[in-house]
Design a protein around this ligand. Structure first.
Ligand SMILES: C[S@@+](CC[C@H](N)C(=O)[O-])C[C@H]1O[C@@H](n2cnc3c(N)ncnc32)[C@H](O)[C@@H]1O
Length: 282
């Protein structure tokens, strides 16, 4: 059944309802396009097109959930990373632009077309898929402790024709223990929020994104410590460990590297925060 409202009228209703939010105009449009299943071009060309009652009800439901704080990406099911559209669901962290620094770092250091790369804590698969697009001959494996996250990652790999990425469900390196496999690169955006920081996170993050993707023990460094301690065993000599860190963690993280590591460097994100640590296995 057709609603009495046009797309344009619903759009304006959405803006009014989302009025207090800084991105109300953009968010109303994104949610309307999702609810009415129209492209932006079609909406702009025909804002007077009547909307179905079903689409109107869906739109108002999405707006309501946004007002409850549900991240926009979970409502649309999509988020762009490295200019590639990724499927996202509440089972995975929403990819963040600062993680692109990590992808840039790998591409800057890769010297061969067929580098072997392990992505630890792949989540939506955004890092692994971005690297697979840039290095089509690379041999990429990706692990996550969450089977639900891996399902999303596998769909993203298939969507972007990166079917050669091999996914494993395991904790850190356990799938490779005893196999003798050695990688040229181990990359990771691990959980790095401390218990103390947890309560201060924006509710949109704390209440909706997967806890296991964010929280890393009392110090926030639990996963990073284990990565540094064990990665050497799974890297070939001269291979790189490259991982993301949280705000204020740089000095503590640098103190965790022992004699096994050289060329330890920091890369900053666009906000000026130390964001990615690179270290080379001696
Ligand atoms: C911060 S999210 C990063 C997701 C994705 N790589 C990104 O950059 O958007 C961390 C991911 O690590 C996974 N994870 C947490 N503990 C893990 C562990 N012990 N072993 C493997 N993966 C783990 C979580 O399930 C989550 O998907």
């Amino acid at each position: 059944m057709e609603s009495k409202k046009t797309l344009g009228e619903l759009y304006r209703n959405g803006i009014a309802l989302l009025g207090d939010r800084p991105q109300a105009v953009l968010e109303a449009k994104v949610l309307l396009l999702r609810a009415a299943a129209v492209t932006e071009a079609r909406f702009l060309a025909a804002p007077d097109k009547p909307c179905s009652s079903k689409a109107e009800a869906f739109f108002l439901r999405l707006v309501g959930r946004r007002l409850d704080g549900v991240p926009l990406a979970y409502l649309t099911g999509k988020k762009e990373f490295w200019s590639i559209p990724f499927e996202v669901s509440p089972s995975v962290l929403v990819p963040r632009p600062e993680t692109e620094v990590l992808v840039e770092k790998v591409l800057g250091l890769a010297t061969r077309e067929d580098e072997s790369i392990l992505d630890v804590g792949t989540g939506s698969g955004c890092i692994a898929v971005a690297l697979a697009k840039e290095l089509p001959r690379a041999r990429i494996q990706a692990v996550d402790i969450s089977e639900r996250a891996l399902r999303v990652a596998r769909r993203n790999a298939a969507l972007h024709k990166a079917g050669h990425i091999q996914f494993h469900r395991c904790s850190l390196f356990s799938a490779f223990r005893g196999t003798g496999v050695r990688f040229d690169f181990i990359v990771s955006n691990p959980p790095y929020i401390s218990r103390g920081e947890w309560d201060g996170l924006p509710p949109e993050v704390r209440d909706f994104e997967p806890r296991r993707a964010l929280l890393a023990g009392e110090s926030g460094l639990e996963l990073i410590e284990r990565l540094i301690r064990r990665a050497g065993t799974f890297l070939r000599p001269g291979g790189y460990l490259i991982f993301e860190i949280g705000d204020g963690q740089r000095d503590r993280v640098l103190s965790l590297f022992g004699k096994r590591w050289t060329e330890i460097e920091t890369a900053w994100d666009l906000a000026g925060q130390p964001r990615v640590i690179t270290a080379r296995r001696a």
